[in-house]
Design a protein around this ligand. Structure first.
Ligand SMILES: Cc1ncc(C[n+]2csc(CCOP(=O)(O)OP(=O)(O)O)c2C)c(N)n1
Length: 586
């Protein structure tokens, strides 16, 4: 069958099961849009291409399949880049399609020309510049295969306009031939057995469940493994929701703003079993002081992750689900962990997460998250932006179901939550989806409010307004002698309720705790998108906190005052971790 490039691409997307595309048309990509409308695919017209990539990313994370975004040449393509990098850092499978100026004009500085392939090389798992129409079908097949297989990630395809207009024979390939791309799915039995022996002998073990558990859809296998071995489970930020938080073995999340008892448990563990996690700096604190007493087992599908940041004693390269299915039956009788659980319980009693009474004179973000939790019965899908509100959302919302929490963990991209929540809601129309954004983050992609209305996407938005770039202000307060530089947003910030109304979205404003429940109930009762602005105490800080460059043992507990220890910058060489973590605020 002879088809032109646009027809080939549309058919190929159909063959890959693509149902939704996020994008904006433009001059060079017009032939594709002209063809696409003939196919039963949903297209959401975003207002900025960065948002298209975040929508595809949010969609992909929850659908557990590829999300697709598109942009025209030049600025359309470059606008996608932040979203592509975000997907890359968080292992999110997206395919980004751009159309470039015609082949004959490449390299001539033609109108809206950008070397987008050159630009995306370092931010993608793979990228393609399509030279011939006859290659298009194969490239699309490969792109989706690479995005989905092994450790997922973004793939970019750039197509000169003439390649879309020229004709070629269309046969969609049934298989890919990629000799250089052969992910390892099965973990080595030798290594698995070594891990099993360490697990049997450990007295203070901890499981770290990362996002790989969600990607591999291995929550049930993780639960079986944890229950059989009776080992507490901590999450990474992106791993949140991979293990039910109501379970007796759930042990919170450690790291920069994680729980004190979780940080202490990792610090004092004699065995750390990392499952589908990256051992990143926000999680580990100072790498050289990470889990100093522990042997480390690391299960990950990406061999490049093993030993990247921390030493690993037993590396197991493979898909988390398959490895756990092999590992669990290999494990015999384990040592008792009773003493270990008692120790953790003691830390938990000593360092609980701060709770506020209902009648505080100011509103605090944990009260907001608690009220959303109560109203949604803990069943909402939460998409958090980046900053203090993100950490509060992660600390206070109790996640039970895999996929319930999405955030920009690796790149920390402000402006992620609204577009990603749109993608999540499109992937899961049956779920109540809340985007939780700071006033700074919300202003980075608020133009996407239009999509909520145009495409009937009923996302609920919580804007946590402290009138500051709060997280930066917190660091300036704690580490830069309170010298607040360019973090005050109070002037120039729009009236968020009126702004929502300008987009035909109803809005409510909450300024004190007593108003929380009614406003959240009203937003939930509205059948479409709705916005609630929460005006919180301006100088609220997020604790616990492991200061940048400090060890997990140096976590500063939840505290209403600024501890002297962090009133001055952290010295370059932090003191050695104490043998057993002493309460840091004593
Ligand atoms: C695109 C981008 N620019 C800058 C930053 C640095 N940054 C991290 S958190 C933050 C403040 C976020 O402020 P806001 O959205 O108001 O949330 P809050 O911390 O107050 O809850 C900034 C500027 C970033 N993460 N992303």
């Amino acid at each position: 069958m002879r088809l032109n490039g646009s027809q080939i691409l549309s058919k190929a997307l159909h063959e890959e099961g693509v149902e939704v595309i996020f994008g904006i048309p433009g001059g060079t990509i017009m032939p594709l849009y002209d063809e696409m409308h003939k196919h039963p695919m949903r297209h959401l017209l975003v207002r900025h291409e960065q948002a298209a990539a975040h929508m595809a990313d949010g969609y992909a994370r929850v659908k557990r399949d590829v999300g697709v975004c598109m942009g025209t040449s030049g600025p359309g393509a470059t606008n996608l880049v932040t979203g592509i990098l975000n997907a890359h850092m968080d292992s999110s499978p997206i395919v980004a399609i751009t159309v470039n100026v015609p082949s004959a004009m490449i390299g001539t500085d033609a109108f809206q020309e950008a070397d987008i392939s050159g630009i995306t090389i370092p931010v993608t798992k793979q990228n393609y510049f399509v030279r011939h129409t006859r290659d298009l079908a194969r490239i699309v097949k490969e792109a989706f295969y690479i995005a989905r297989h092994g450790r997922p990630g973004p793939v970019h395809i750039d197509i000169p306009k003439d390649v879309l207009l020229n004709e070629a024979d269309f046969v969609y390939p049934t298989a890919v031939d990629l000799p250089g791309f052969q992910p390892t799915f099965e973990g080595s039995l030798v290594q698995i057995r070594k891990a099993a022996r360490l697990i049997e002998r450990a007295r203070r073990p901890v499981i770290i469940a990362g996002q790989g558990v969600l990607i591999s859809q291995a929550s049930a296998e993780l639960l079986a493994f944890a229950e059989k071995t009776d080992i507490p489970v901590v999450n990474t930020l992106l791993g949140l929701s991979s293990f039910p938080q109501s379970h007796r073995l759930y042990n919170g999340w450690p790291g920069m703003h994680g729980y004190v008892y979780s940080s202490y448990s990792v610090d004092q563990a004699d065995l750390v079993i990392g499952i589908g996690n990256r051992f990143d700096d926000r999680f580990c604190g100072k790498f050289s002081a990470f889990a100093p007493k522990a042997k480390i087992v690391h299960i990950d599908i990406d061999p490049a992750e093993i030993g990247k940041n921390v030493r690993v004693d037993v590396p197991i390269v493979g898909d988390v689900k398959r490895v756990l299915n092999k590992l669990t039956p290999e494990i015999g009788e384990c040592e008792s962990h009773d003493e270990w659980f008692e120790q953790i319980a003691e830390w938990k009693r000593e360092f609980p997460l701060k709770q506020y009474p209902d009648d505080t004179p100011h509103l605090f973000t944990p009260q907001v998250i608690n009220a959303i939790t109560k109203a949604t019965d803990g069943k909402a899908y939460i998409v958090a932006d980046v900053g203090q509100h993100q950490m509060f959302a992660a600390q206070y919302y109790p996640f039970e179901e895999p996929g319930q929490f999405q955030t920009s963990g690796g790149l920390g991209t402000m402006g992620y939550s609204l577009p990603a929540a749109i993608g999540v809601q499109v992937a899961r129309p049956d779920k109540e989806v809340w985007a939780i954004a700071g006033d700074g983050c919300f202003q980075m992609n608020l133009q996407e409010l239009a999509v909520l209305i145009q495409d009937r996407v009923p996302v609920k938005i919580a804007v946590v307004n402290n009138g500051y770039l709060g997280m930066v202000r917190q660091w300036q307060q704690l580490f830069w002698e309170g010298n607040y530089q360019h973090v005050d947003l109070a002037t120039g910030t729009p009236d968020f309720v009126k702004l929502a109304e300008a987009y035909a979205i109803p809005g409510w404003r909450v300024t004190k705790p007593s108003e929380l429940n009614a406003a959240i109930a009203a937003a939930r009762a509205h059948p479409g998108p709705a916005l609630v602005e929460f005006c919180v105490y301006r100088e609220e800080n997020v604790f616990p906190m492991v200061p940048s460059g400090a060890a997990l043992s140096e976590v500063i507990p939840d505290t209403p005052y600024v501890p002297a220890a962090i009133a001055t910058p952290i010295p370059a060489a932090a003191p050695a971790a104490p043998a057993a973590p002493a309460p840091v605020h004593a």
